[in-house]
Design a protein. Structure first.
Length: 275
């Protein structure tokens, strides 16, 4: 899920609640169930504090996306937040469980994002790292666990606040700020490695180019970029571009880094060394 703004269809009202059984009138859809609601849709789920995670939440909602029950980023994010917040008796316990379970899934390889985060962490060099487009900040928290000095930046104040709260609770040294990837609130050569992991697909071509230029301005030693390869942009995640290896090579030529390396691993990767 992304915290970046994009153009969506008219808002759909999404109501979410947790229940142990499926009431009459609901249609089972994978691990969730649904029925038409007033001006939208009503979703029920069984996830609780022991099972809520990024992977379990997304897996359930994608069944609804594939059937056309949820359409667009706005509806998807309403549903996602609703599932997370109803998984425990109060917000604090729900978000704590969501973060802890999601990080555990990434650590033991159960999350689909585990190999992507593992590869990204292996490419970080130096003592300090900035994650641009951090959203929930799972990568930032993992890098802090690796002993790095970590900064995170996202355009969403809500996502940034959640990351700050999770880092404080877990005792992780993460400095999170609100900022735009195309105008980073960091000085030149201020961190060793800057990561843009599954960010550029949320931007138009010009903004992606500016984001890369900004990352190269801020990075002392390395910029790490990863993008998904999709048949179609995932509108529910806020993806604007269907990216290919040619996009990465085109952008690398325009920003003219000193050196660049490309490879594929669960999508496309580009590692840039600033001048």
């Amino acid at each position: 899920m992304t915290a970046l703004a994009c153009v969506d269809p008219p808002p759909t009202r999404v109501a979410v609640r947790r229940t142990l059984s499926v009431p009459a009138g609901f249609v089972n859809c994978g691990p969730f169930a649904w029925r038409p609601g007033i001006d939208g849709v009503e979703i029920i789920h069984r996830l609780d504090a022991s099972t809520i995670s990024d992977a379990s939440m997304v897996d359930g909602l994608l069944h609804l996306v594939n059937l056309g029950i949820l359409a667009g980023r706005h509806a998807f994010e309403q549903a996602a937040l609703g599932v997370i917040r109803t998984s425990a008796p109060d917000d604090d316990r729900a978000w704590a469980a969501f973060y802890d379970n999601s990080l555990a899934e990434l650590a033991d390889g159960r999350s689909p994002f585990a190999p992507i985060h593992l590869r990204a962490r292996s490419l970080v060099i130096g003592e300090s790292v900035l994650e641009v487009g951090s959203c929930f900040g799972f990568l930032a928290l993992q890098c802090a666990g690796d002993g790095r000095r970590v900064h995170a930046c996202d355009i969403s104040p809500g996502a940034t606040a959640l990351l700050k709260s999770a880092a404080r609770r877990r005792g992780d040294d993460v400095s999170a700020v609100v900022g735009d990837a195309t105008a980073l609130p960091f000085g030149a050569d201020s961190v060793d490695t800057v990561t843009l992991i599954h960010l550029l697909e949320h931007l138009d071509d010009g903004s992606a180019r500016r984001a890369l230029s900004e990352a190269l301005r801020v990075a002392r030693r390395r910029v790490v970029v990863a993008v998904p390869y999709e048949d179609h942009p995932s509108e529910h995640f806020g993806h604007l571009l269907r990216l290919t290896a040619s996009h990465l090579r085109h952008w690398a030529e325009l920003v003219k880094p000193a050196t660049v390396e490309f490879f594929d691993d669960h999508g496309g990767w580009m590692v840039l060394t600033p001048r």
